[in-house]
Ligand binder design. Structure first.
Ligand code: G1P
Ligand code: ZN
Length: 544
């Protein structure tokens, strides 16, 4: 039970990205790799003596090994209590919920979100602060600084904790509480939504829904909430058993990867409502019979209908969206007369706004939506929000979406991802494009005039922290935009994301095919950044 100090050498590649440190499992399996990062986290946090730490992950390969390592190091570094989800499981939103509920000083979440898992897949680790949200850049950068100089880490020479037994154990001076990973989160959902109205909807004749857990963490949460507490028939949740390799799938809830669900929702006998979540449970995709709701539209629709839901019926204070997310939500905020904020990509930028009470709902185009109930995006929360709206409005998903467009106009929107391009040519492409931006304003391009062209920089209105270099944007006089970013979550080469949007208010032009409507802008985006020329790619890897 002795505390031991182990000598180590720094790794140079431990800078956290958009959402924590993500690497191949094999990278994390190198001797001391995880230990170095965890000790650097503890060093960056400073005084952790006597604190409570939440620990859990999405169940992917290496989850339990990592948790055992982290618990011993937490005990050796002075935490007095660790609260851990049974079997080492906690979805990202459940971890955020539990950090807040038990007033922990923070939490460590093991996940690489929607990235594939298994021995050759990805692993990840991130730290969330006491409000339940991802650590701000000041902390992630401090962690990175410590990783560069680390010489020792502290751990405990002790046996492993039994992760499969709910109850209390001790590890050195630290108490370890193994908790049910689902109940606290499910209880919170029951407080926010009208479960009795949703129960009636799910039992009504002709209403059928399907939820795809994609072999990842949300299966057990969805079974508990949808099938047990809300009475949906057993079998409503498909792919509901979390597997360490996520069934060799890619648990990203989009039209490409959630194929089984998408095929059913676009079939002749489609259910009324379909949804899916990702590896760690913070993303969501919403579908109606033969209808896909873009995440940007979903945020706007949730905001416009929030008064129908118990938790939000007193009104929203504001809405925040990440910069590349379509401007659909801004129109709702304007109509409601509430604040609207545009932040850089990544959930960590919403934390201060939520804490300050400036916004109630937040969203990203990357299938993330959430509210002030926790400080992470929340997949099942979005599904329940939609069910609550459907229960009150008694209309189809398609009708709700179309009526929204008639009222607010439609933001045609697409994201083109070019995955696995060589990092140096991706960086060069961005550098060269940025150098040209200053000459764009006032130019006529794609039958529009450029209003602004810049590298997005954000000043947090709460702590005045400046985050620069957050994506290149070109905005046009009619509200259309082209945005370029390099992904901060990939583990191989670079991923270039191009986001394209144009607004249409004419009610006769609301039902066109997105890629065709945006064709001139798509073409222009390629031309301006010389994507094909520089990468040899004639089309994106993934279109959403
Ligand atoms: C991606 C998404 C971003 C999201 C993040 C974590 O980051 O684009 O919106 O917050 O995953 O889920 P990116 O790879 O673009 O840096
Ligand atoms: Zn995720």
């Amino acid at each position: 039970m002795a505390i031991v100090s182990i000598e180590t050498n720094p790794f140079s590649d431990q800078r956290p990205g958009t959402s924590g440190l993500r690497k191949k499992v094999t990278v994390f399996q190198q001797q001391n790799y995880l230990e170095n990062f965890v000790q650097s986290m503890f060093n960056a946090l400073g005084n952790i003596q006597g604190n409570t730490l939440i620990v859990g992950g999405d169940g992917r390969f290496y989850n339990t090994e990592a948790i055992q390592t982290i618990l011993k190091m937490a005990a050796a570094n002075g935490y007095s209590r660790a609260i851990v989800g049974k079997d080492g499981l906690l979805s990202t939103p459940a971890a955020s919920c539990v950090i807040r509920k038990y007033h922990a000083s923070g939490g460590i979440i093991l996940s690489a979100s929607h990235n594939p898992a298994g021995p050759t897949g990805d692993f990840g680790i991130k730290y969330n602060v006491s409000n339940g949200g991802p650590a701000p850049e000041s902390i992630t950068e401090a962690i990175f600084d410590y990783t560069k100089i680390i010489k020792h880490y502290k751990t405990l020479d002790d046996t492993d904790v039994e992760l499969c037994t709910i109850g209390q154990q001790s590890l050195g001076q630290m108490t370890v509480d193994i908790i049910d990973p689902i109940s606290d989160y499910a209880d919170l959902m029951a407080e926010l939504f009208d479960f009795s109205a949703i129960r009636t909807l799910l039992a009504s004749n002709g209403f059928k829904m399907r939820f795809d857990g994609m072999h990842a963490i949300t299966g057990p949460y969805a079974k508990e909430i949808l099938e047990k507490r809300l009475g949906a028939p057993v079998g409503t949740v498909i792919n509901g058993i979390p597997l360490p390799d996520f069934g060799n799938g890619h648990p990203d809830p989009n039209l490409t990867y959630a194929k089984e669900l998408v095929d059913e929702m676009f079939s002749d006998n489609a259910p009324v409502f379909g949804a899916a979540s990702d590896g760690d449970g913070d993303r969501n995709m919403i579908l109606g019979a033969n209808t896909f709701v873009t995440p940007s539209d979903s945020l706007a629709i949730l905001a416009a209908n929030a008064h129908l839901v118990p938790a939000y019926n007193k009104g929203l204070t504001g809405i925040a969206r990440s910069m590349p997310t379509s401007q659909a939500a801004d129109r709702v905020a304007e109509k409601l007369g509430i604040e609207s904020h545009e932040t850089p990509t990544g959930w960590k930028f919403f934390g201060n706004l939520l804490d300050a009470g400036s916004v109630t709902l937040c969203g990203e185009e990357s299938f993330g939506t959430g509210s002030n109930h926790i400080r992470e995006k929340d997949g099942l929360w979005a599904v329940l929000f939609w069910l609550n709206i459907l229960a009150v409005r008694k209309q189809s998903v398609t009708d709700i979406v179309e009526q929204h467009w008639y009222q607010f106009g439609r933001n045609y929107y697409t994201r083109h991802d070019y995955e696995g391009i060589a990092s140096d040519s991706a960086v060069q492409l961005m550098t060269d494009l940025e150098a040209k931006l200053a000459s764009f304003p006032g130019k006529a391009l794609a039958n529009r005039t450029v209003s602004y062209a810049d590298n997005f920089s954000y000043t947090d209105p709460v702590d005045n922290c400046v985050s620069s270099n957050q994506g290149l944007r070109i905005g046009f006089d009619d509200g259309a935009r082209i945005i370029y970013r390099l992904s901060g979550t990939g583990t191989e080469g670079a991923t270039l994301r191009v986001y394209i949007e144009s607004y249409q208010a004419d009610s006769t032009l609301l039902h066109l095919e997105t890629q065709s409507v945006l064709q001139d802008l798509i073409h222009l985006a390629d031309e301006l950044a010389e994507i094909t020329l520089r990468t040899g790619r004639t089309e994106p890897t993934v279109i959403t």
